[in-house]
Design a protein around this ligand. Structure first.
Ligand SMILES: [Zn+2]
Ligand SMILES: [Zn+2]
Length: 328
């Protein structure tokens, strides 16, 4: 559990499944005992109202952004980690209210020793429990070797390399499953980090393009139903369902700029609740006012593989050359 969101379990207790002591405040909406204090709204919430609050916010995000249409076949990028576990649970619970929608989990095995085995086991157990079909794609089958092997001596580039290969693997899984939307477990923290990182890199077009990513090179629209729910809220949601996966973090994450940004934003969020939401609002305002003025490169097609890209050769083909990966 990382520190740094604008809420806390009541009583300042560590996040455990232990019952809330009698002395804790009451829920702001009923007479039940509060399990969570939302520092942005100031409200205390009991278990049921906390769960209802998370699910109604996800429902509203899906509705307002028209993420899922009747009859959609939604693929869930299921790593087995905390965010994608919460995504699968929430979408499963919302499924009866989604007209004719089907779910399929897509799990990518990148080949990361000492990390992936546990999360894949967790993903397998989850799809069995929720009776959701699953498609698995491994880097070894798709690219001929594991991520660990590709990254020997290139560890600082881990997230970039993995991101490009994972994207291809997800598309392969999505096409195999025949889905119409691809849902990923990106949460509010992830989105705020991305906004901040694009600003740090001076990459305003990418900031806007990210938000419009549904049509940029993805044959299958991507959706992020958890984008307005914080990492900490998702952790509490999982614990309240007794579904907290006690899993290791990706060993390569320490090399990423994102890790530094994450720590910094988490600290700011504690001192100034609402910081992460404000970053998302800033992005929305930039989109609304400046998007038309930014030069967005037209989508072209890769000379080697034909996939949509912004230059002559796509990132994947360039990476394959560099890593000596054959095939297409
Ligand atoms: Zn309540
Ligand atoms: Zn290509």
């Amino acid at each position: 559990m990382k520190s740094g969101s604008s809420g806390s379990l009541t009583g300042g207790k560590p996040l455990t499944a232990s019952p809330v002591p009698e002395t804790t405040p009451h829920c702001s909406l009923c007479s039940g005992h509060a399990v969570y204090h939302d520092r942005i709204s100031g409200r205390y919430l009991c278990r049921d109202h906390f769960i209802a609050n998370i699910e109604s916010r996800v429902t509203e995000t899906i509705r307002s952004r028209k993420m899922i249409q009747p009859g959609d076949h939604v693929g869930i990028g299921l790593s087995g980690g905390k965010d994608s576990t919460a995504l699968l649970m929430i979408l499963s619970r919302l499924l009866p209210s989604l007209d004719g929608v089907r779910l399929t989990a897509i799990t990518i095995d990148e080949g990361i020793a000492g990390y992936r085995e546990d999360t894949i086991r967790s993903a397998d157990e989850l799809v069995k429990k929720y009776k959701i079909p699953q498609v698995s794609v491994s880097f070894t089958v798709l690219f001929g070797n594991t991520l660990d092997a590709f990254l020997k001596g290139r560890e600082p580039e881990a997230c970039t390399v993995c991101g490009i290969l994972r994207r291809k693997a997800l598309i392969a899984g999505a096409e195999q499953a025949g889905i119409t939307k691809l849902a990923t477990g990106h949460n509010l923290d992830d989105e705020a980090q991305s906004v901040f990182m694009n600003v740090l890199r001076g990459d305003l077009p990418r900031l806007v393009r990210d938000s419009a990513s549904d049509s940029q090179g993805w044959f299958i629209p991507r959706i992020k139903p958890l984008m307005h729910v914080s990492e900490k809220e998702l952790a509490v949601y999982l614990m309240l369902h007794g579904a907290w996966p006690d899993l290791p973090e990706c060993p390569y994450a320490v090399h990423a700029l994102r890790m530094e940004v994450r720590t910094m934003l988490a600290t700011l969020e504690v001192k100034h609740p609402g910081t992460m939401l404000h970053l998302l609002e800033s992005k929305a305002q930039i989109e609304a006012h400046c998007a038309g003025a930014l030069v967005v490169e037209p989508v072209r097609h890769c000379r080697e593989c034909g996939d949509a890209c912004s230059g002559e050769i796509c990132q994947l083909c360039m990476l394959k050359r560099r890593l000596g990966i054959g095939g297409s």
